[in-house]
Write a protein that binds this ligand. Structure first.
Ligand SMILES: *[C@@H]1O[C@H](CO)[C@@H](O)[C@H](O)[C@H]1NC(C)=O
Ligand SMILES: *[C@@H]1O[C@H](CO)[C@@H](O)[C@H](O)[C@H]1NC(C)=O
Ligand SMILES: *[C@@H]1O[C@H](CO)[C@@H](O)[C@H](O)[C@H]1NC(C)=O
Ligand SMILES: *[C@@H]1O[C@H](CO)[C@@H](O)[C@H](O)[C@H]1NC(C)=O
Length: 321
């Protein structure tokens, strides 16, 4: 996320040798299902985050009981969803926040394949939805934003945020457009913009994604090779090996994003929680709100009819090792 908070120096690790960055341990038989979150047990593996949004978003993250009682989390015919409140009118004199949900996995992830099969996501002016993972001692434990966008974005952004001193040349093969002019992935820079790729496929985000019935976002975190790669598959193009629970990234073609350990040691990524949330306005969506910035955004979101797309609907999240 942009402008996240924690800060501690680490930076003692050396970059792994170039050769290591190009070996791959994954084989067709390599990945087996370790953990899955889906159906009516989906929420069992997650904790509802109930603290203030560190990026000053106009949301109030609620606990599990509140989320279920207010319809902010639940099931559509057995399929889990989370959403923010897009039905209450906010008064001009209130705190200006909407109830929302942020969940994070109890188990941590330390590499392998992660698939996120999503049917529907929030989007539109004022919103900032994200599916992401991050480690302890932010940003030293690393952050990988697998789905992220703001306002009327029509394409997905995949971004890493790292310890200080990490850069990525962005030349590893990928179909996404490398969008980090400074090549500086550190979470410690003033803007904390990280290093990222933009998916050129408009079906990868928001309205395009929802209109296509969603799809699968697959991530391979190859610890031995020191690489992170993500792919997006629209609903009708999901590889059979993913449908069969035996993901084989070697069959998936070029990834959308591709991060390597060269001048940046990605082995610092560790113990990641899997996180799904939506915030409103704040430092990122608010400061980039068209026609008026943060204040205009905060005013805009008081009227629920300005927020016609509030919901994440998740078919499954699966972790393979
Ligand atoms: C999600 O939560 C993180 C951490 O609380 C926060 O920085 C961010 O603004 C929230 N929203 C998104 C889309 O990440
Ligand atoms: C954003 O999208 C909405 C819905 O399509 C549209 O009404 C609005 O004009 C767009 N605003 C901007 C600034 O692009
Ligand atoms: C990761 O988790 C393991 C097991 O809980 C723990 O021993 C280790 O210290 C953690 N690493 C970091 C960097 O927090
Ligand atoms: C809230 O969002 C849902 C879709 O996520 C939509 O069906 C509903 O109409 C929205 N409510 C308003 C007031 O826009």
């Amino acid at each position: 996320m942009h402008q996240s908070l924690n800060y501690i120096a680490l930076a003692l690790l050396l970059a792994v040798p170039q050769t290591l960055a190009h070996t791959s341990r994954a084989t067709a038989a390599g990945y087996t299902l370790k953990n899955s979150y889906e159906g009516e047990t989906f929420f069992d593996g997650f904790t509802f985050f109930i603290y203030d949004d560190p990026t000053a978003g106009a949301v109030n993250y609620v606990d599990k009981a509140t989320a279920f009682s207010k319809g902010l989390a639940g099931y559509d015919s057995g399929t889990p969803y989370i959403q923010f409140d897009n039905w209450s009118q906010l008064s001009a004199t209130g705190d200006g926040k909407r109830d929302s949900v942020r969940i994070q996995s109890d188990d941590s992830w330390n590499g392998g394949v992660l698939t996120f099969d999503v049917a529907q996501m929030p989007y539109g002016l004022g919103t900032w939805p994200a599916f992401w993972t991050n480690g302890p001692d932010w940003p030293n434990g690393g952050e990988l934003d697998i789905i992220e966008g703001i306002n009327n974005d029509t394409y997905n952004h995949v971004t890493i945020h790292t310890y200080d001193g990490c850069t990525q040349s962005g030349t590893a093969a990928a179909i996404g457009e490398y969008s980090s002019e400074t090549h500086d992935c550190s979470g410690f820079t003033p803007t904390n913009s990280g290093c990222g790729f933009e998916d050129p496929n408009p079906n990868s985000y928001g309205e395009g994604l929802n209109n296509g019935g969603g799809g699968v976002f697959a991530t391979e975190w190859d610890v031995d090779a020191g690489t992170l790669k993500t792919w997006f598959f629209p609903r009708l193009l999901i590889p059979q090996d993913i449908l069969n629970n035996s993901p084989n990234p070697q069959n998936w073609g070029q990834p959308v994003s591709h991060f390597v350990s060269d001048s940046c040691d990605l082995s610092t990524f560790t113990n990641h929680s899997i996180i799904l949330n939506t915030t409103l306005c704040g430092y990122y969506a608010g400061n980039n709100f068209p026609n008026g910035g943060l204040e205009a955004c905060n005013e805009f979101i008081r009227d629920p009819s300005n927020l016609p797309n509030n919901k994440w609907v998740v078919n499954s999240i699966r972790v393979y090792e």
